[in-house]
Design a protein around this ligand. Structure first.
Ligand SMILES: [Zn+2]
Length: 225
């Protein structure tokens, strides 16, 4: 387990984080370039998830809370102790995906400045593989994770937004909405993106939320909560 402090926030990286990131990035790791791509993916995932959680943690501290960051397989969370108003909670929640969109925009601007087309499978002549791979991986994972995180499915940030907006109302409803939204993402991911792993993950989130809507609490294997 890796532990360090950044900007005053304690960070714990559970070993499953490295395993999860390597699995997600291991599409063609049986070739030399594929293996390098996997290492780039792990590094980009580390940076992207850390900055995402720092976005949450920074605003928790700004609003008087204390926060620590935990990174685990397929994600992470900023665990805060504090009391926030509804608007503050919304800012804290949006700050995570916002960091991903900032990173994606930076990668896009860097790519543009060196005439690297992120939508093409070719890199400019003479550009080292690792440089191209890092810029394009940072762009694509931050864009897709930023968007995916905003779908209204608990415990993702979009689900948290739903929770803040529905505060005090029928508590089962937010889990039912999460379950339905998760099924829609699972189907869309399978049919249009052929992303089997994404589909399976959202099927699992649909199950967890459906059980929660019936008052049955399932321990989330990703967050451990
Ligand atoms: Zn988040």
């Amino acid at each position: 387990m890796l532990r360090f402090t950044i900007l005053g926030f304690p960070v714990t990286v559970i070993w499953t984080f490295w395993l999860g990131a390597a699995l997600l990035g291991s599409g063609s790791a049986d070739t030399r370039e594929g293996f390098q791509q996997m290492l780039v993916f792990v590094a980009a995932a580390f940076l992207s998830i850390l900055l995402h959680e720092l976005g949450h943690a920074w605003f928790q501290r700004k609003y008087g809370g204390r926060s620590q960051i935990v990174m685990h397989a397929f994600g992470g969370y900023a665990q805060g102790i504090g009391r926030y108003t509804r608007n503050q909670s919304l800012v804290i929640t949006f700050a995570g995906p916002a960091m991903n969109f900032v990173l994606a925009a930076l990668a896009y601007l860097i790519a543009r400045s060196i005439h690297f087309d992120l939508f093409s499978i070719y890199r400019p002549y003479g550009m080292p593989f690792l440089t191209a791979s890092l810029i394009s991986t940072l762009f694509w994972i931050n864009l897709s994770w930023g968007i995916l995180n905003l779908v209204p499915v608990l415990p993702l940030d979009g689900g948290r937004v739903l929770e803040h907006l529905m505060y005090g109302r029928n508590p089962a409803l937010r889990f039912q909405i999460s379950a339905v939204a998760a099924v829609l993402v699972a189907v869309a991911g399978f049919v249009w993106l052929k992303a089997i792993f994404l589909s399976l993950m959202f099927c699992y989130l649909a199950f967890v939320n459906w059980e929660a809507s019936h008052g049955r609490r399932i321990r989330n294997v990703f967050t451990g909560q």
